[in-house]
Design a protein around this ligand. Structure first.
Ligand SMILES: *Cc1c(COP(=O)(O)O)cnc(C)c1O
Length: 216
């Protein structure tokens, strides 16, 4: 019952408007079912094949969030069921997601991943590219860009984390003012979710604080 306790404790700390994505990557179905039995329904995975296998064997009312990098040739596997794709960072990927949205007769919700950390990262667009990608997405009928996702540097320096989260929050607020459907800010993990919530996060992605440390 440790997982249920972790969940209850976390949920007691976070405001109601903040969605908790339980990051279950590398964890077995049995642990996901512990969280499910405690009433949790929103789970995050970072690998397409792993998410697909879990989707196939677990209850169908689970909302699956893809939080990792998405290769274009794998979009087809998750397009029928994915609830939110957090890691969209190119026009080519948006076109591919839209194509599979059409095939599956659904509008696939996504976030633009923004590279806000000073660390070298292959993924995520820079802050000044957000408008361009968002505006392009408005021409596509079967993808909906709902907001932004970002990861702060992996550091104990709370003021650095705070300034990185602040930079994405400012951009998010600008676009949210123009379009109220653009309303999800996915920032905050086990080590920094409090700083993220102070910066307007309304979606946090928590793995180790719920399921324990990962070996890989
Ligand atoms: C693994 C992962 C998380 C969760 O990390 P924890 O530190 O275990 O909470 C959140 N977001 C992304 C994108 C991840 O890959």
């Amino acid at each position: 019952m440790i997982i249920a306790d972790n969940l209850y404790e976390l949920k007691s700390q976070i405001p109601n408007h903040v969605t908790l994505v339980a990051v279950s990557k590398t964890k077995p179905n049995s642990l996901i079912m512990n969280a499910y039995d405690a009433g949790h329904r929103v789970f995050g995975e970072n690998k397409i094949q792993e998410m697909l296998a879990k989707y196939n064997s677990l209850p169908k009312d689970i909302k699956w969030h893809m939080i990792g990098h998405v290769q274009r040739n794998k979009v087809k596997y998750i397009a029928p069921f994915v609830s939110l794709i957090h890691g969209v960072d190119s026009i080519k990927l948006m076109n591919e997601i839209n194509k599979h949205g059409i095939k599956n007769n659904r509008v696939i919700k996504c976030l633009l991943q923004v590279n806000i950390s000073k660390e070298v990262s292959k993924f995520g667009i820079s802050l000044n590219k957000i408008e361009e990608l968002f505006n392009y997405s408005l021409s596509l009928q079967n993808i909906s860009i709902k907001g932004l996702m970002g990861m702060a540097s992996y550091t104990n320096d709370k003021s650095l984390i705070n300034s990185e989260f602040n930079s994405i929050k400012v951009k998010f607020n600008e676009l949210n003012k123009i379009d109220s459907n653009f309303n999800i800010l996915s920032i905050g993990m086990s080590g920094d979710y409090k700083v993220a919530i102070n910066n307007g996060s309304n979606m946090i992605r928590i793995g180790s604080k719920i399921f324990g440390e990962r070996k890989i």
